[in-house]
Design a protein around this ligand. Structure first.
Ligand code: ADP
Length: 516
């Protein structure tokens, strides 16, 4: 009992550790892949930041140089000044405190033609300049506005200056086509393990690869701050293959964890099953011991009782003496058979090779078993119909073991089917085998128990409550003997009452060769 509790606790402990281990493996794999993803994300974020800082400082630097180059009183030639930083700047406005252009205070790159230049200047002065936060600016500090006019993007950078008590505003219009066409390509290399894009505030592509989030996997974003602040840089991982490989690795990890868990669970299941079987076998064994002791006791007490009567001369006639002697003889034969059964069974259980095979006539063996059963049949008031084919080929047989098997089948029919009054035995050839059928007209056996009755110690439910003695080893022995002969045994119920046991043996190879 204690052992059982211990083993159950052990199974439970193994189960708990297996589940714990699987959970640990699962979360470890998960954590690793999350960590890996976080590292990739961090690297990409750093990269995006680096790019934004690089681009902005290049832009701001050239603007600052230009601001520094513009003295106000007197005003230098703006066109010359603009050309010195021509790449980054599209146009320059120098405005007075009323936001009017001071004389000579406008220059524009020839990239915008004359007419467009005039139109832009008009629009700038009437609509854009009043909206710029010029007046709130601290002195000499660069401010900027990134905005859209008539569907086109503009970037204005500006400073407020004082000369004496006069205020000036210098406004630079950045050349965004230069930014997109020349600066971005310098920073966002095509041949890099990452994909870059710049998008505007509506998510529309301004520059770069039009990658979709899903296919690109990990994507990070970094907005511009000091310049085109409506735009954002987005970076994606180029190696979708690498991601797929990582996904595959994770899946394999999970499959392996699942597999090992299933193996452990299956192992525990089998162990639990084996334990249940063992427990059942132990129960059957103790039942067997009490059955066998009972079976030994009854014939022994009959023998001793009639032996005593004979010894004390308590007999009325010589005929009675013969009858008592016969009873003693019959019971001792039964006793001997039971002991044979138990001993053979014990040998088989121990794995000892108990058989001695020789080529022989199975018909003769069966006839002998029938002779040995005559008395028992008579006592049970049963008859036996035998139909033994006289022309059977020789078989490889252990005559003693096979007799025991046949006796067991006949004994069972006598024990369990006496009301049928008869038993039929048939022995005939069927192809390469010799079949022996033993049929009775008793209750038959519940089909659910057909397989189990050949198990050692098993007794059918129907007989357990009846006063029919038995040990449950007879049929186990019959099956063992049949298998040892290279044959087998089966049971079926007859359509009209009764059990039919079929025992078959292979025909000896030599006679098969003959037939061929
Ligand atoms: P035992 O007869 O000692 O109980 P066996 O192994 O010979 O053990 O038989 C196993 C069980 O099969 C029996 O207990 C009985 O329930 C059932 N059985 C065997 N032969 C017959 C039969 N001819 N008719 C009905 N039941 C049978």
């Amino acid at each position: 009992m204690h052992r059982l509790i211990l083993v159950n606790a052990l199974i439970f402990a193994v189960l708990a550790s297996a589940i714990g281990l699987a959970y640990y493996g699962y979360s470890y794999t998960n954590e690793m892949s999350t960590r890996e993803r976080a590292i990739i994300l961090d690297t990409m974020q750093d990269l995006a930041e680096e790019k934004v800082i690089g681009i902005e400082s290049q832009l701001v630097d050239s603007e600052n140089k230009l601001f520094a180059a513009i003295d106000l009183e007197p005003l230098p030639d703006l066109e010359t000044a603009r050309r010195s930083q021509s790449a980054a700047v599209q146009s320059i406005f120098v405005l007075d405190e009323h936001l009017e252009v001071v004389p000579g205070g406008y220059a524009s790159s020839p990239r915008r033609d004359r007419e467009a230049g005039i139109a832009f200047r008009k629009m700038f002065l009437s609509s854009i300049a009043p909206t710029l936060p010029l007046r709130e600016l601290e002195l000499d500090v660069r401010g900027h506005v990134h905005t859209t006019w008539n569907g086109l993007p503009y970037l204005f950078s500006f400073v407020r200056r004082m000369v004496g008590d006069r205020t000036y505003y210098i406004v630079l219009e950045a050349d965004l086509s230069h930014l997109i066409g020349v600066v971005f390509p310098q920073y966002f290399a095509v041949r890099s393990p990452r994909l870059y894009q710049v998008i505007d505030d509506r998510g529309e592509l301004v520059y770069g690869f039009d990658f979709k989030d899903a296919s690109a996997g990990v994507v990070v974003e970094q907005p511009f701050v000091d310049t085109v602040d409506l735009w954002r840089v987005r970076v994606a991982q180029r190696d979708a293959g690498g991601q797929a490989a990582r996904g595959r690795r994770k899946a394999i990890d999970f499959i392996l964890i699942g597999l090992s868990l299933s193996v452990i669970l299956a192992g525990l299941g089998i162990l639990a099953l084996a334990m249940r079987r063992e427990k059942r076998a132990n129960e059957l064994k103790s039942e067997f011991i009490s059955n066998v002791s009972h079976e030994l006791k009854t014939p022994l007490s009959i023998i001793s009782m009639f032996g005593e009567m004979l010894a004390l001369g308590r007999i009325k006639s010589p005929a009675q003496a013969t009858e008592y002697a016969e009873i003693i003889w019959r019971e001792s034969v039964r006793l001997a058979r039971l002991i044979d059964n138990v001993l053979d069974f014990a040998k088989i259980e121990r794995g000892v090779d108990v058989y001695e095979f020789a080529e022989g006539d199975v018909g003769e063996v069966v006839s002998r078993a029938l002779e040995l059963s005559v008395h028992r049949l008579q006592k049970a008031e049963m008859t036996i119909e035998s139909d033994l084919d006289p022309d059977l080929p020789p078989v490889r047989i252990d005559a003693n073991a096979f007799t025991l098997a046949v006796l067991n089948l006949i004994d069972n029919a006598i024990k369990y089917a006496p009301e049928g009054k008869k038993i039929a035995i048939r022995l005939h050839r069927d192809g390469d085998q010799v079949n022996l059928t033993v049929r009775d007209w008793g209750p038959g056996i519940d089909p659910e128990e057909h397989e189990r009755i050949f198990e050692r110690f098993y007794r059918a439910r129907a007989v357990r409550l009846k006063p029919i003695r038995g040990s449950g080893i007879g049929l186990a022995l019959v099956e063992h003997i049949a298998l040892a002969h290279g044959g087998g045994v089966s049971i079926e119920n007859a359509s009209d009452h009764g059990a039919i046991f079929k025992l078959w043996l292979p025909v000896a190879r030599t006679s098969r060769a003959h037939a061929a």
